[in-house]
Design a protein around this ligand. Structure first.
Ligand SMILES: NC(=O)NCCC(=O)O
Length: 372
């Protein structure tokens, strides 16, 4: 009988967690200096893949940005947006020095995560057009300047359809053109995440964006609890799925290290989990509907952004407390290599599930329970 190799699950996880298995990137000293001066953490790791005879390595560098809001939530809207633009511009400069090809910012990155309040003004004033709002134009400049694909998750106002709001990620090509947009498919109704007061579930399905550096998709925050959401991006061919988020310790920190990592394994792709940092205070008290006292803050956004690979390895997380840029070099060949070993796509029995699910969502469905 085979001997047990590991004393505990924790030992096994430690063995497979970097830095032992993952090569640290040799980042330029200028980038490290700028990050230190700008007071943000900079880490870099490379995921390797086996050499193939017919395909060269498909290497891409992704950048994950996590940050605090630089100004208090009470500050004028335009000043807050401008301060966030300046902060991100400085971090993107460093990403460019590190050779980043695709960068992704945190969920609703141009604003405090004010949806806990259920108030409309001034928070809805942060909403912008995905196609030609000031933030998209700002990101287009960054993309062109640095030859970098930019994933920009914003609060969208859709002027063409009755001015309604959406939680949207705009994908901007390295040419500077807007490649398209994707919307948050699953809207939380948990704790103080009162987002359903502001916008509906996304109506754009599971688009995958073909960029010069690989096929990417964006599964926004709460969508990470829904395995089918990750799965559909993978069905549409995503090599990398970004998960820009805003989530707090008391609610989700125990789930955070597992969910994006599981998704990378289950879907033979890379996943990039990004969370904002710090505590955000709002002018007026709100309650959480749990009998506890009214309060003015959401709780602690714990950062801890990381990248996970299809072979189950992952980078360490960025800090829980500091702004940061995580640079990860991915060899996208790893996706098909792991697929060929584990065959989840081949063994998935999708036709069976499609049939059973189609039946299960019918109003007259009766659960298949076998009784005596
Ligand atoms: N932003 C968001 O969807 N948060 C919900 C809480 C969570 O998914 O951890």
């Amino acid at each position: 009988m085979a001997e047990p190799e590991w004393e505990s699950l924790e030992q096994c996880l430690e063995k497979h967690l970097p830095p032992t298995d993952l090569r640290e990137l040799d980042l330029p000293s200028q980038a490290l200096e700028c990050a230190a001066e700008g007071d943000f953490e900079l880490q870099g790791y490379a995921f390797e893949a086996a050499e193939e005879q017919l395909r060269g390595p498909r290497t891409v560098r992704v950048g994950l940005v996590q940050n605090r809001i630089p100004l208090p939530a009470e500050a004028p809207v335009a000043k807050q947006v401008s301060a966030l633009h300046r902060r991100i511009e400085a971090i993107v400069e460093v990403a460019a020095m590190c050779g980043v090809n695709i960068i992704c910012f945190q969920e609703a990155w141009t604003m405090p995560f004010a949806f806990c309040t259920r108030e409309k003004l001034p928070w809805t004033e942060f909403a912008e057009s995905a196609e030609d709002g000031p933030t998209t134009r700002f990101c287009q400049k960054l993309a062109k300047k640095h030859n970098m694909v930019v994933v920009s998750p914003i609060l969208e106002r859709d002027g063409a359809h009755g001015d309604v709001l959406w939680n949207t990620a705009v994908v901007i090509s390295n040419s500077g053109a807007v490649l398209g947009k994707t919307r948050k498919n699953h809207i939380p109704r948990v704790g103080d995440f009162n987002e359903s007061t502001y916008y509906m579930e996304g109506n754009l399905g599971h688009p995958v964006f073909q960029t010069q550096f690989g096929r990417i998709a964006v599964n926004i925050c709460y969508g990470r609890h829904h395995p089918l959401n990750w799965f559909m991006y993978s069905v549409n061919g995503a090599d990398i799925i970004f998960n820009p988020s805003a989530t707090i310790g008391a609610l989700s920190e125990s789930m955070w290290p597992i969910e994006a990592r599981n998704a990378a394994i289950a879907n033979h792709c890379f996943t990039c989990a990004i969370n904002r940092v710090g505590k955000e205070h709002f002018p007026h008290e709100f309650t959480s509907g749990d009998g506890k006292k009214a309060h003015k803050d959401f709780g602690y956004f714990y950062g801890s952004s990381y990248v996970a690979a299809p072979d189950s390895s992952r980078t360490p997380g960025l800090s829980r407390t500091r702004d940061g840029l995580l640079v990860a070099e991915l060899n996208l060949n790893l996706c098909r290599q792991v697929n060929d070993v584990w065959n989840f796509k081949m063994t998935g029995r999708y036709d069976m599930y499609a049939r059973e699910l189609a039946e299960a969502v019918q109003p007259d469905y009766r659960p298949h329970i076998v009784r005596e």
